[in-house]
Design a protein around this ligand. Structure first.
Ligand code: FES
Ligand SMILES: [Fe+2]
Length: 412
């Protein structure tokens, strides 16, 4: 991130904290609850935003070495992502060319050859069909044109992108725009490694899961005994990049930055977090040698159910420090009681997961399940997004526009 942007963001947050004012969009919006429950909207979304839309599947550190692979089946096309023997990131339809069986049982691992469990046709990690058992019984097959079906795949600045359609357009420059692409590149996301993940499948529409990351108004209320203990909330800097946005809120120590020269301001100290929303379903929170990514997916058969995949990435130095602390017994115990105590934790998988469990799973998504039930009752026709919730205006105005739904209604 450019230092001039760091300074602008932190100054604006300082102003809000000093004046006791939150961000002000100058307008409220009313939105129908039907996008959370309507099967027609859900089917449009599945088609336009998932089955036929570029997907960010992970970071380079998910495929740390040649032969690494990942199997993903979240958006209608089963994908086998590999790093081939030349180091190139590739993606294939995870389906054998014989009779369509899936090639891997595990979600991730390392393999040079994928042998189909059904009749043992074998493929290289570059997708070539390399062996057919009992070929004299089966009959001749031209191996050169029966490799795995390849999908467009791009690795850029540490981000792994796939298009679910073999002839899909995967233009990352057009997708992100130059400004956001450059800013994301500045976090060196290619240098951190996959450290762990957790999946939450719950009874809420995927957009309600997404809404969790759309305002800081609730931090001191819903999260008063968890995240609200370390992040004050009620302040926000929001910048839109087309369909995406950046969302930053103040850390508790931000006011102390007044006496520090602006050239030394560090966004990871002055801000509690820097969060990028990448349309349509990704929350990316890059830190200092860390990154958390939340990928949210609808259940294609039920608008009232979704899965959030929380992925944690850490630098090797953080992983080594966490291991060393465990080995010498100095690692702090990680629990809902300790994880919100100031300075009590090295970046670790356990610490991140504890925050996501106690704050997101047990608080935000519990609200989301209740919101879903109310919307499903059909009795609550609208919700209201306040002047202090402009990221929610942005999410839902964008969805309405892309899906051809009625626009949100301005309340003057
Ligand atoms: S389906 Fe894969 S070898 Fe037959
Ligand atoms: Fe929350």
């Amino acid at each position: 991130m450019k230092q001039e942007d760091v300074v602008d963001i932190l100054k604006e947050l300082m102003r809000q904290v000093e004046e006791g004012k939150n961000i002000d969009a100058g307008v409220q919006y009313r939105m129908s609850t039907s996008p959370y429950v309507c099967p027609d909207v859900a089917s449009k979304e599945w088609d336009l935003l998932f089955r036929n839309h570029p997907q960010l599947i992970g970071l380079s550190g998910d495929l740390p070495e040649t032969g690494s692979y990942m199997a993903i089946d979240d958006f209608g096309t089963p994908v086998l992502a590999t790093r081939d023997n030349s180091g190139q990131f590739r993606a294939f339809l995870n389906a054998c060319r014989h009779r369509a069986a899936r090639l891997t049982q595990e979600d991730r691992g390392r393999k040079n050859v994928f042998t189909c469990p059904f009749h043992a046709w074998a493929y290289s990690n570059a997708g070539e069909l390399v062996a057919i058992p009992d070929e004299d019984h089966f009959g001749m097959v031209d191996k050169s044109c029966n490799g795995l079906i390849e999908l467009p795949a791009v690795e850029r600045d540490g981000l792994l992108w796939v298009h679910p359609q073999p002839d899909g357009d995967l233009d990352i420059d057009a997708l992100l725009g130059p400004e956001l692409a450059e800013e994301l590149a500045s976090f060196n996301l290619g240098e951190i490694v996959y450290a762990g993940n957790k999946n939450l499948t719950m009874n809420l529409n995927w957009k309600l899961a997404n809404d969790t990351f759309g305002e800081t108004y609730h931090f001191g209320k819903l999260h008063k005994n968890t995240l609200g203990k370390i992040i004050p909330g009620n302040n926000l800097h929001l910048e839109k990049f087309g369909r995406h946005h950046r969302f930053v809120t103040a850390s508790r120590v931000l006011p102390e930055y007044k006496d520090v020269p602006e050239a030394d301001w560090d966004i990871h100290v002055g801000a509690a977090f820097v969060l990028y929303y990448l349309f349509p379903n990704i929350t990316l929170i890059p830190g200092n040698g860390t990154c958390t990514m939340v990928k949210m997916y609808p259940d294609p058969d039920n608008p009232g159910r979704s899965t959030s995949r929380i992925m944690v990435y850490l630098s090797q130095a953080h992983l080594d420090a966490a291991e060393a602390a465990k080995a010498d017994g100095t690692a702090a115990e990680v629990s809902a009681d300790t994880v919100y105590e100031e300075g009590n934790r090295l970046p670790s998988v356990e610490g991140t997961m504890e925050v996501f469990t106690s704050t997101i799973e047990y608080e935000d998504y519990v609200m989301g399940e209740l919101q879903q039930r109310s919307a499903e009752s059909g009795q609550l026709k609208h919700v209201i997004f306040g002047r202090n919730e402009p990221a929610l205006h942005h999410f839902h105005s964008t969805f309405s526009e892309v899906l051809g739904l009625s626009p949100l209604e301005r309340i003057e």
